[in-house]
Ligand binder design. Structure first.
Ligand code: T1G
Ligand code: NAD
Length: 645
């Protein structure tokens, strides 16, 4: 099967690339494009070549699945070069996304035009590499070095209009793209052709600008960004050919690096998790309106997540006063977005207008899906579901946001158990990407599919989780905290463990994070279990709470805090509480401490897999990355632990 079709529009040859789903560049595509250049150059009936794509997008880059395999000729940089040297000028007509190698091919063309909603970018750094087919060499020659630094190091694509302003493309084509592009080509051919990008001059930047750019990417996990700056700088200070050799050298080193392998793993993990194979072909139920019971921390955050996605919300609270509080919780979140320039006042008003808050459960009748987010108490939740069973349509999906309770107990007695499902959002729910989707054995496939579809609309990363205490995320988190305490018992310092976690790539260590969120939440949960007669031994953090140290809110937990200052300071008082329980002299290095934490998480992860609580190891990695700040460039605990073995 040919990937590329050709037809003539007068004296312009139109090539259409068709390699679903995203026209990723394969060896065959490179070969066919090479042959097309030779063939069309030799054809006297052809004056110019239009490069277009079929399907939803222009060429979205190299095929990530081929990264580990031996390279096959022709290589992409040579192909881009060949297109640029073609006697007949090539015009790239871009719709959807021109990414990575796709944009590099477009930069080899003499002209680039794009549909108004097209996106153009060099996302390679997201995969731990730099552009490998002249992206760091042609881009500065096309749009200037400073703009190129932004495009390459951010990995974020530009919209067509921004690309036009910067000079990345020559025109935005409204209406039919191939037709408009042919018209553009005809007009362009009547004037003198611009220089090929590789021979255009590039203005050098001050050393200070480069130094600033390099300094911005000195942190861990930004190896690709740092080396992209290096490659861009070299490319603006050296001739094209030498710059290409330098880019290649850096590209190959990064491609074979641990960070790139980890980021590729995450790339595929993120594409696998939202599409469980068992739901293939299952049609989700329509969700035009979402109900939310509870307007506290989670209910308000979930409401904002829905409103940001344009979904109308009905919120029910205990009484009118609580309903008003729920609305002001929503308003406070939106006002924060306005303050940070992420939302306009008008958008905020629109978001609020789509929220109906009340104390009357009957208002939930038109909702297609209702999420319960009330107190974490089984009796309260069961009473809520009894009300939902009374007022909601029989086909409405009913969901609970419980963190630790067994959803089967919460749904007990609800008619139509097949429409019930756990939807575990993370706080703050309008920001955190993770959504654990927790079906019971009775949950119907189309209800599960509805949950995944909702996650997609809300921009969440859905991960299927089975039922156990804490599901995937909180169960591993508990083990992580226990391991951190064990390291203290063995004689390591609180600040030493936190620093090791930070050096590994967490934004915060386990103890400073607990001080921030409060030690009392987990304490109260354990006290609840103790009250039920369960044997739950005191943790070190329980001992701190009993000594009145609940974290920043009480001026101290694992650390002390000066008034109005969130800087953790070593605490003699905490040390006094802990001292009787310390049984060792420490001695592990920072890397060894981090490895202990990661290994404990991975060990719990393996149990979770063996019990069928998670469907795949990569799902566990996503839970940690998107819910708990595990550094993305390590690939998650399962990937990192397997690599270090
Ligand atoms: N290679 C292989 N498969 C890819 C792919 C790629 N580059 N991009 C997407 N897919 C698959 C994906 O796994 C999924 O498969 C399906 O396409 C739809 O993806 C030399 C070296 C293009 C904006 O990083 O950003 O070029 O699960 O669900 O939301 O310098 O995919 O259906 O089997 O994401 O419509 C640079 C990454 C490569 C592009 C479409 N390119 N892709 O989004 O669909 S490096 C990228 C995307 C490079 C050169 C270097 C998005 C998209 P399946 P999807 P979407
Ligand atoms: P919260 O105390 O901030 O809010 C709970 C709200 O529920 C309150 O506004 C209360 O008035 C309301 N409520 C109580 N009983 C009600 C009833 N019968 N009908 C209507 N409203 C009622 O609690 P939260 O932090 O938002 O947690 C809610 C749920 O989400 C809990 O199950 C919790 O375990 C879970 N959760 C919390 C977090 C978190 O980090 N806070 C994260 C994930 C899940």
């Amino acid at each position: 099967m040919q990937i590329i079709q050709q037809h003539m529009d007068g004296d312009i040859a139109v090539l259409t690339v068709d390699n679903p789903p995203v026209n990723a560049i394969s060896a065959q595509m490179r070969q066919e494009l090479w042959q097309a250049v030779d063939r069309l150059d030799a054809d006297p009936a052809v004056r110019a070549v239009l490069l277009t794509c079929a399907g939803r997008t222009f060429i979205a880059g190299a095929d990530v699945r081929e990264f580990g395999q031996p390279p096959v000729e022709p290589h992409l940089p040579d192909l881009v070069d060949r297109i640029e040297r073609a006697e007949k000028p090539w015009v790239a007509a871009i719709h959807g996304s021109a990414l990575g190698g796709g944009l590099e091919i477009a930069m080899g063309c003499r002209f680039r035009v794009a549909a108004p909603d097209a996106k153009l970018g060099l996302p390679e750094v997201n995969l731990g590499i730099i552009p490998g087919a002249s992206g760091t060499v042609r881009t500065p020659r096309l749009i200037g070095a400073e703009a190129a630094i932004g495009l390459v190091t951010s990995g974020r694509p530009w919209r067509a209009q921004q690309a036009l302003t910067a000079g990345l493309i020559d025109a935005v084509v409204e209406g039919d793209l191939p037709e408009g592009a042919v018209k553009f080509a005809r007009a362009a051919l009547s004037a003198e052709l611009p220089l090929p990008v590789s021979v255009r001059p590039v203005a050098p930047l001050d050393a200070a600008v480069w130094d600033r750019a390099a300094a911005a990417f000195a942190g861990p996990g930004q190896q690709a960004q740092a080396r992209a700056v290096e490659s861009l700088r070299y490319a603006t200070e050296h001739p094209f050919d030498s710059a290409m050799r330098n880019e290649r050298r850096i590209f190959v080193a990064l491609r074979d690096s641990d960070q790139a392998a980890a980021l590729r793993h995450v790339f595929f993990a993120e594409r696998a998790a939202p599409r469980p194979p068992e739901l293939k072909g299952v049609t989700p139920r329509g969700v035009a309106r979402v109900g939310i019971v509870g307007g506290g921390t989670m209910g308000a955050g979930i409401a904002v997540a829905c409103r940001n996605a344009g979904v109308p919300v009905v919120m029910v609270e205990r009484d009118d006063e609580a309903a008003a509080r729920g609305v002001s919780n929503i308003r406070a979140i939106l006002a924060g977005s306005v303050k940070r320039g992420k939302l306009t006042e008008a958008q905020m008003a629109d978001r609020l207008a789509g929220v109906e808050a009340s104390a009357d459960y009957a208002r939930l009748a038109p909702c297609d899906l209702v999420i319960e987010a009330v107190f974490e108490e089984i009796g309260v939740k069961q009473a809520v579901f009894a009300e939902l069973a009374r007022v909601c349509r029989a086909d409405a999906v009913l969901a609970t946001n419980t963190s630790y309770l067994d959803p089967r107990r919460i749904f007990e007695g609800v008619p139509g158990q097949d429409r019930c499902v756990g939807l575990h959002f993370f706080s703050p729910a309008h920001i955190m990407k993770l959504l654990e989707i927790v079906p019971t054995p009775d949950t119907a496939p189309d209800v599960l599919a509805t949950a995944f579809a909702l996650a997609g609309r809300l921009g969440k990363m859905p991960v299927r989780a089975g039922i156990c205490e804490g599901f995937i995320g909180n169960r591993i988190f508990k083990r992580y905290r226990a391991e951190a305490e064990k390291l203290l018992v063995e004689g390591h310092e609180v600040q030493q463990v936190d620093a090791a976690a930070r050096d590994f790539g967490f934004r915060m260590g386990p103890f400073e994070a607990q001080d921030l969120s409060g030690l009392d939440i987990a304490f109260l949960q354990r006290e609840g279990l103790r009250a039920e007669g369960q044997d739950v031994p005191d943790t070190l953090s329980d001992r701190l709470v009993r000594a009145g140290r609940k974290g920043q809110k009480t001026a101290g937990g694992w650390y002390d805090y000066a008034k109005g200052d969130r800087t953790p300071r070593p605490s003699a008082a905490a040390q006094e509480v802990l001292a009787p329980h310390i049984a060792g002299a420490g001695g592990l290095s920072s890397a060894q401490i981090a490895a202990r934490l990661v290994d404990a998480m991975a060990d719990e992860g393996r149990k979770i897999l063996a019990e069928g609580i998670a469907s795949r190891a990569s799902d566990i990695d996503l839970v940690e990355i998107h819910g708990y700040g595990f550094p993305r460039w390590t690939g998650g605990p399962m990937f990192a632990a397997a690599r270090s073995r």
